[in-house]
Design a protein around this ligand. Structure first.
Ligand code: NDP
Length: 374
């Protein structure tokens, strides 16, 4: 199984990217398992259970379901009794479809839940992905996939052994400006990429939050650095062979346990290099790609966000419609399950990124030396 961007054919890319979604034929031969499930499945919709009803699940994913065509919210997993009541009522989820972390494994018996979407703190991704796979459910796991290459491999194995799919929440690959970057890498109208710069940072608030705790998998590189490495890889259309990393700390108290700002460079097989900065203490949301046709470059700023994107391509404005990335992502995952193919954001891509992350940390620990990616 190989999910490198360079391996994608145009046809599969268009389908997987979701641009062809509205016209794609809906599968009609899905098994009808229960009364509740039957109406959804006749409509060609798969049921998703959200695990962890925090900021991203409630503010971005729940509203996204208003725009999904191939999936709907059919289950909730939360440790907070008040959220069970509030969101159960709001989304008309029956009590039988609402779980806590102790009763989670009973989800195996619920035919209305096809996909478990793990939206927990990073340190919990591996455990809940593996438990969901063992329950026979397909999995979408938020980024970063987990905390180590070892965990990523265990997650992939669990999904493989239980014959379910694993997708990572790389929403930007379902956003039109970034899809154009992917198209440029594939079709090379300006030649291949020659240099990529990607930056993502924000000023983090509450000093007590889990993103600042090592045991929860906090830190800028894991949290937002993944967007930068993702973008460099899809802009170039290759996987990196080596990295260099540097860490900068201005507030050793607030960032006592985790990285505050990390810069890293990646070398790609074709000789192209990328340069990225990711941070919890500065604002940056930019992707710049310079092509072999030296006059041609693309710049997207702001990039990687939820709202409007602004970009220019070879000096002209990029004009793409605003779409709900979360809805498009969930629909493309549902479509891939229904049609038996793969998205561009599988667990294997998450594993590649965990290898990059481990290599960057290894480089930092060794004074910024070049680390080859195994
Ligand atoms: P939050 O802290 O807002 O929510 C996490 C939720 O996890 C909590 O509300 C809680 O839900 C549950 N939880 C269970 N155990 C714990 C625990 N010990 N400590 C804290 N929370 C716990 O985090 P986010 O929603 O911002 O992030 C969740 C995941 O989503 C992360 O992996 C993050 O990287 C990813 N994310 C992705 C984004 C994207 O754009 N793709 C954007 C933002 C986040 P409950 O009360 O229901 O049990």
């Amino acid at each position: 199984m190989n999910n490198s961007f360079s391996d994608l054919s145009r046809r599969s890319f268009i389908t997987k990217s979701g641009f062809a979604l509205s016209t794609a034929a809906l599968g009609s031969a899905l098994p009808i398992d229960s009364i509740y499930a039957s109406s959804d499945k006749r409509r060609g919709q798969l049921g998703i259970a959200l695990v962890g009803l925090g900021g991203y699940a409630t503010q971005m994913l729940m509203p996204g379901f208003a725009q999904t065509k191939r999936c709907r919210l059919t289950g909730l997993v939360t440790g907070a009794p008040e959220k069970k009541i509030r969101y159960g009522k709001e989304f008309e989820i029956p009590d039988t479809h609402i779980y806590d972390y102790e009763t989670f494994d009973r989800i195996a018996d619920n035919p209305d839940i096809d996909i478990v979407y793990v939206v927990l703190p990073n340190s919990m991704h591996a455990e809940y992905t593996i438990r969901a796979a063992k329950a026979g459910k397909h999995v979408i796991c938020e980024k970063p996939m987990c905390l180590s290459v070892e965990e990523a491999k265990a997650m992939i194995s669990a999904c493989h052994e239980n014959n379910v799919t694993l997708n990572i929440g790389y929403r930007c690959q379902y956003e039109p400006h970034n899809l154009e970057i992917i198209r440029l890498a594939r079709e090379k109208p300006f030649g291949g990429a020659r240099y990529v710069q990607s930056e993502l940072g924000f000023v983090i608030g509450d000093p007590s939050q889990w993103r600042l705790r090592r045991d929860y998998g906090g830190g800028a590189l894991l949290d937002v650095g993944v967007y930068c490495m993702q973008a460099a890889c899809y802009a170039i259309g290759e996987d990196p062979i080596a990295v260099y990393g540097q860490e900068f700390k201005t507030d050793p108290v607030k960032f006592g346990e985790v990285d505050e700002t990390v810069a890293f460079q990646m070398e790609f097989p074709s000789g192209v290099i990328s340069n990225s900065t990711t941070s919890f203490s500065l604002d940056a949301h930019r992707l710049y790609v310079n092509y072999q046709d030296a006059n041609k470059h693309v710049e997207i700023q702001p990039n990687f966000n939820y709202g409007k994107y602004r970009g220019s391509i070879a000096g002209k404005p990029m004009e793409f419609p605003f779409i709900n990335q979360q809805a498009n992502h969930m629909d493309v995952v549902a479509q891939s399950i229904q049609e038996g193919n793969e998205t561009t954001t599988t667990g294997d891509v998450g594993l590649r990124d965990m290898k990059i992350i481990e290599a960057i940390f290894q480089s930092i620990a060794n004074g910024g030396v070049r680390i080859e990616i195994g």
